[in-house]
Design a protein around this ligand. Structure first.
Ligand code: MG
Length: 380
């Protein structure tokens, strides 16, 4: 059933701690199942990308985002006859390391950690599945397959890569990851660009008139207007967005199929050394997609209402970090112990890393209430 260039159970590079093969599941199904059952996955429900969680129940959370990525990724994988279970596992895990308050939180924590090796959410997702989850008697982390962990690590600086062993190799050798990882990566982009359009309209941060500047939106907006002249409001927006997603997915499939036919990789290792990644949009769609991203950056992510939220988020993260770093006795008992052990092993760097892990694991609302408990004299 799988194409020769797909990742298969039989050719997996395996798990760090060897385990017997699952009886009624595949290896990547097992990875997916472990991800769904882990506590960092449940917390995605109360973490956001652009909007802070309590801003409204209508917006995407990182949990629904991850499910959308998995849906788009699996549809693509099935058509290309590559490993759907692996795409699903990577998609569901890709944001596990995200801090509260989306990108603002990540940037704030990175700046707090600048003297201690920095903070990067991709690396943190890996850290969650390799170390931080404590669920199994025999190992820390989830002991996922190499292929799932490789897919989670979407980007990485060369400096970090050199400390990552086999997972860092591809960055140092400038190779590509599996097709499954490439699919999860593009599915992520399709999902967030489209739901940011949808959520941005709902929040009143952007308007239809503004969006008509964007070619991809305009063409589908016109089609829908022509075909359903009486349709308006949310239903019209939903119809446009679903057409955009469909258009992007079909373009991606056709362009990727053409590249797969051209390069005809014999196996997974041939996929790694092609001149450019095989999974991707056509040149025309790349252009349109870039225009959409630019629009969102200029009009939505830099909108003053978003900026107010991110400025608040930054203050909360900085304040929590510096307070806990200066006085770890303010931390809850179990976390204090983790910080103490980490400091014993790696000194001040260890202390900072454990504090960053604690903050990164917080949901938006937990970070806000923790801030209240520490800084508000009327709070207990
Ligand atoms: Mg994502």
């Amino acid at each position: 059933m799988l194409a020769p260039y797909a990742v298969s159970d039989a050719e997996s590079r395996g798990r760090r701690y060897p385990e017997t093969a699952p009886r009624y599941r595949g290896e990547f199904q097992r990875d997916r199942d472990r991800i769904v059952h882990c506590s960092a996955f449940r917390r995605l429900e109360y973490k956001t990308q652009v909007f802070v969680n309590h801003e409204g129940d209508m917006f995407r959370t990182r949990l629904t985002h991850s499910i959308e990525v998995a849906q788009i990724g699996r549809s693509i994988a099935r058509v290309l006859a590559i490993n759907e279970d692996l795409v699903e596992a990577i998609s569901l895990a890709h944001d596990l390391g995200h801090t509260p308050f989306g990108h603002a939180g990540q940037d704030a924590l990175d700046s707090c950690m600048s003297g201690y090796g920095g903070f990067e959410h991709n690396l943190q997702s890996l850290r969650v599945v390799e170390e931080l989850e404590q669920r199994y008697a025999e190992f820390s982390g989830l002991n996922l397959t190499f292929e799932t962990r490789e897919g989670i690590l979407k980007h990485c600086t060369l400096q970090h890569a050199s400390g990552l062993g086999e997972l860092g190799e591809r960055f140092l050798q400038r190779q590509h990851p599996s097709l499954e990882a490439q699919v999860a990566n593009v599915a992520d982009e399709i999902a967030y660009n489209n739901h940011d359009v949808d959520d941005g309209l709902r929040a009143g941060l952007i308007t239809l008139e503004q969006l008509d500047e964007v070619e991809l939106f305009r063409e589908h907006h016109r089609q829908v207007r022509n075909r359903y002249p009486h349709l308006n409001g949310r239903r019209m927006v939903n119809e446009v967005v679903r057409r955009m997603i469909n258009h992007l997915v079909i373009d991606l499939l056709e362009a990727s199929q053409a590249r797969l036919a051209e390069y005809a990789p014999e196996d997974v290792s041939a996929v790694r050394t092609t001149p450019a990644p095989l999974i991707g949009f056509s040149d025309e769609m790349k252009q349109k997609n870039r225009q959409l991203k630019r629009f969102l950056r200029d009009n939505m992510y830099r909108h003053y209402r978003v900026h107010r939220m991110t400025a608040k988020a930054r203050r909360i993260i900085h304040a929590l970090f510096h307070e806990f770093m200066g006085d770890p006795a303010l931390l809850p008992g179990e976390t204090q112990e983790t910080v103490r052990q980490s400091e014993q092993a790696q000194g001040e760097h260890g202390r900072a890393r454990a504090v960053a892990d604690y903050i990164a694991g917080m949901t938006d609302r937990f970070a806000i209430s923790e801030y209240e408990r520490i800084f508000n004299p009327h709070s207990s």
